[in-house]
Design a protein. Sequence first.
Length: 333
Amino acid sequence: MAAKSWKEWEKPLIELEDALAKLVERSKIAPEAERAEIEAKVAEYERRRDHYIDVMYSRLGPWEKVLVARAEKRPYTLDYVQALFTDFIELDGDRRYGADHAIVGGPAMFEGRPVMVVGHQKGRNIQERQYRNFAMAKPEGYRKAMRLFEMANRFGLPVVTFVDTPAADPGVESEARGISEALAASMLRMFELRVPTISVVVGEGGSGGALAIAVANSILMQEHAIYSVIPPEGCAAILWRAPEKAPQASAALRLTAQSALELGLIDEILPEPRGGAHRDPAEAAAIIREALRTELSDQSKRTGDQLKAERYEKFRAMGHLISPPVEQPPLIA
């Protein structure tokens, strides 16, 4: 039976790492006579851990990618903001209804250059998750994003977005306040931008909630992130009335970064540190930094009209089939 969560799937590795951490702490206070033996055990545990990681992460299927993309320790937007940008000023409110905490954003500096950063934000514990609505933004969240996009366009700031949401908020209140219109309007607003735009899928890229801030000239995706029209549990519930069939649905959805690149939905896969971004957030941020530096340098050579036209053509070209359909015999011989 497939694991239901990242913790369940990585349980043997997590237990091994916990035991290793205890041995390391013990080695710091152990008597000199015992230290050599403990250090030998530490080295053996490290070899076992590294082998386990190599084996696990060389065999990731679509469902395992979903679990890794949802890992609790995976860096979120604000983690990347802290690691990559300086002078970040978070702006809030949509100037129409209220504040939404599932999307964060504001101006910042990237290596001495002003940019506009927008992204989904998850929470580390139940209180933060409720505060962030599990990164499922309501209409006011996307209208806040649009306000920031307009500000970026007005002042000529490149836009950098971080995508990490299961989907937009599906609640009755969001429907009443026009969530569908907000998603569509956010996409349209991004199509109209005359500044460089870069989107990075860093975790879950779910449904219109992800696409609403991912209409960019360049779409980058971390190696173990996912990008899909619907979460696998939702797909399984619709097709088979059985959410527990999410592993089968994840395979059918072709939601991995490798499939997204093959389908032409993204431009580049960003490698992750050994064992995933959650094991080395600093290295994951360094990889994203290099990609952002390259993309900003490249896009800055184009005019606003060129950027807008290229973005439009990029999305118009999406949707090709990987292989032609099998020919069916004629109904009448």
